[in-house]
Ligand binder design. Structure first.
Ligand code: BMA
Length: 318
């Protein structure tokens, strides 16, 4: 359902105009003129990450990469960014006429969720930490639902890591926290730990979610992707959830790298036809891959491979 581009990996540290150890887990959007913008996580040789923008007319090649880091940690004013900023998810919000970037701030006490607003990916208005540690894998919906902004995120405890949605009137004050999707249990590919991957995709049938499931194996974790669909007006209500995973590490650049067996998308763009989905993903925490699919095919696949879930029983099926 998602086909890898033959020139994968499309971006890696060797393409960078300044020293970089690895580049991965990019947020993605299309700018007003159709340009694809990736906001890439760049890890330096201290192990700290910052974000750097890369722009391309076709979203495949000809990338123009900022010659300096685009958004850097500011632990002097935002102590929660002490050990870097990671994994941005970009949402264009027409009401604000701005892009909202939800990213992981790596604090002394673990990862939390921070927001920054921008019009041009050159200057940013930081809103700071909105979800305290341990929390990550966050993205905003592009419009209010029932009068409120909605943020998807993944709080984690020692025993649980499920996907939640929280609501806010102003992007600063968050409440009405609701469980959105539960990790399954036992042998399932998405047992114990799941998280949002790219921001939700709005379709006529609901919000389409691509999420990752982490399978713990004797030789480490396996990061794979699944699909779920949520009610447009009530995003905490899961309409359909796919049973099998749809995309996982297979190629050498996904199998081998700093963290092998990881395919981790943080962004998608939609083609001019309104259906073609370009998914940008971190491969093995080392480089960036592109895979392409069809939103229509994904919805059809969910009809054929999905189960209806009620909030009380989701994830609990054997
Ligand atoms: C997750 C995040 C991602 C990373 C993945 C695999 O928990 O930290 O940034 O790609 O693990 O290491």
């Amino acid at each position: 359902m998602l086909r890898r581009h033959p020139s994968n990996p499309i971006l890696s540290a060797g393409d960078w105009p300044y020293p970089a150890h690895t580049v991965f887990n990019p947020g993605a959007t299309r700018l007003a003129d159709g340009t694809t913008l990736l906001l890439c996580r760049v890890e330096d040789r201290r192990g700290h990450s910052h974000l750097c923008a890369a722009r391309s007319a076709n979203g495949i090649d000809g990338w123009v990469i900022d010659d300096q880091p685009t958004l850097v940690p500011r632990p002097d004013v935002h102590p929660e960014e002490l050990w870097g900023i990671e994994d941005p998810r970009i949402t264009f919000v027409p009401e604000l006429n701005k892009y909202v970037v939800a990213y992981t701030a790596f604090s002394r006490d673990g990862p939390g969720v921070a927001l920054a607003l921008t019009e041009d990916f050159r200057t940013f208005e930081r809103r700071g930490l909105v979800m305290q540690p341990d929390d990550k894998d966050a993205a905003l919906l592009p419009r209010r639902v029932q009068g409120q902004f909605a943020l998807i995120h993944r709080p984690a405890t020692e025993t649980a890591a499920h996907i939640w949605v929280s609501y806010s009137p102003d992007l600063n004050n968050w409440g009405h926290h609701k469980m959105m999707l539960l990790a399954r249990k036992g042998a399932w590919w998405d047992a114990n730990k799941i998280g949002l991957s790219p921001p939700l995709i709005e379709t006529s049938r609901g919000w389409l979610m691509i999420y990752h499931g982490v399978r713990r194996t004797a030789s480490g974790a396996l990061y794979r992707l699944g699909l779920a669909l949520f009610d447009l007006d009530d995003p905490e209500h899961c309409v359909l959830r796919g049973d099998p995973w749809i995309f996982g590490p297979e190629t050498s650049y996904e199998r081998h790298g700093d963290v092998g067996n990881v395919a981790f998308p943080c962004g998608t763009t939609i083609g001019d036809d309104g259906d073609t989905l370009h998914m940008y993903y971190g491969a093995a925490d080392t480089c960036i891959g592109l895979a392409t699919g069809s939103i229509r095919d994904m919805l059809k696949w969910l009809d054929d491979n999905g189960s209806r879930e009620s909030p009380r029983t989701q994830g609990a099926r054997p």
